[in-house]
Design a protein around this ligand. Structure first.
Ligand SMILES: Nc1ncnc2c1ncn2[C@@H]1O[C@H](COP(=O)(O)OP(=O)(O)OP(=O)(O)O)[C@@H](O)[C@H]1O
Ligand SMILES: [Mg+2]
Length: 230
């Protein structure tokens, strides 16, 4: 469904991604893992069109994305939950969700299933985003991306800085979206237990390169100790 091949990218002359490769098969939950600063977010921002790539190929649903602006990538069905959530603190929960609807380009209303997945968002519809707890803001960010009705949902460290009970709720939701509803997920995650529970495939990045990839059962302790533990 999504593939990245030979991607080189960097900022002001310093190269971050080196001949990066990633394959996200339709229906999978593919987890990109790697230590801090290896380029995980840069990879996602390149996929979303938020960071300019030097060269390489990014293909989504059979179509090369080069030349498609970020809003076009969203409209073509890629939902994005950025690292740090990036909800609008001054806007209400409802207004934040509306932004996801607008990004869809066709819908006019927040899909009911967003509230079914996250009942807390319904009960807090008129509260300002900034008044929500970190975990609730993460749920809002996921809800906003789902309001787009994506074919592929990309999440950048959705459990970072979130209390354990909400982490487990978010895990439940991702499993339900992926395994029960067939939504393809691309997840960046550093918590190994969470990744093992939710994802079906992995890709390990080290210093801007893909160093290992496969199905989750192939993620050996040796790979973990070589590339993931600090
Ligand atoms: N806008 C930017 N301008 C310049 N350098 C950047 C920018 N964004 C990221 N970098 C650098 O690129 C490298 C990769 O950063 P990136 O955020 O992609 O890593 P990451 O794997 O997502 O890290 P983390 O696990 O901490 O989120 C880092 O050295 C970072 O300092
Ligand atoms: Mg990051």
């Amino acid at each position: 469904m999504l593939s990245v091949a030979g991607l080189n990218q960097g900022y002001a002359g310093s190269q971050i991604l080196w001949n990066m490769t990633l394959d996200v098969p339709e229906g999978s939950c593919t987890c990109v893992m790697g230590r801090n600063g290896v380029g995980k977010t840069t990879l996602l921002r390149s996929i979303m069109g938020a960071a300019k790539i030097w060269n390489g190929k990014i293909t989504f649903a059979g179509k090369e994305l080069a030349g498609t602006p970020p809003e076009g990538r969203a409209r073509s069905g890629i939902g994005y939950v950025p690292q740090g959530r990036e909800i609008f603190p001054q806007l209400t929960v409802g207004e934040n969700l509306e932004l996801g609807v607008v990004a869809n380009g066709k819908r006019t209303k927040v899909p009911a299933r967003v509230f079914e997945l996250f009942p807390v968002l319904k009960s807090m519809l008129h509260r300002r985003g900034g008044d929500l707890s970190g975990g609730q803001q993460q749920q809002l960010a996921i809800g906003r991306a789902l309001a787009l009705e994506p074919k592929l949902l990309i999440l950048d460290e959705p459990t970072e800085g979130i209390q354990p009970n909400i982490v487990s709720e978010i895990g439940d939701i991702l499993v339900r979206l992926n395994r029960d509803e067939g939504l393809t997920l691309l997840l960046v995650e550093q918590k190994l237990a969470f990744a093992r529970r939710v994802a079906s495939r992995f890709c390990i990045m080290d210093r801007g390169r893909s160093v290992a990839a496969g199905v989750m059962s192939e993620l050996t302790d040796d790979l973990v100790s070589r590339h993931l533990t600090v």
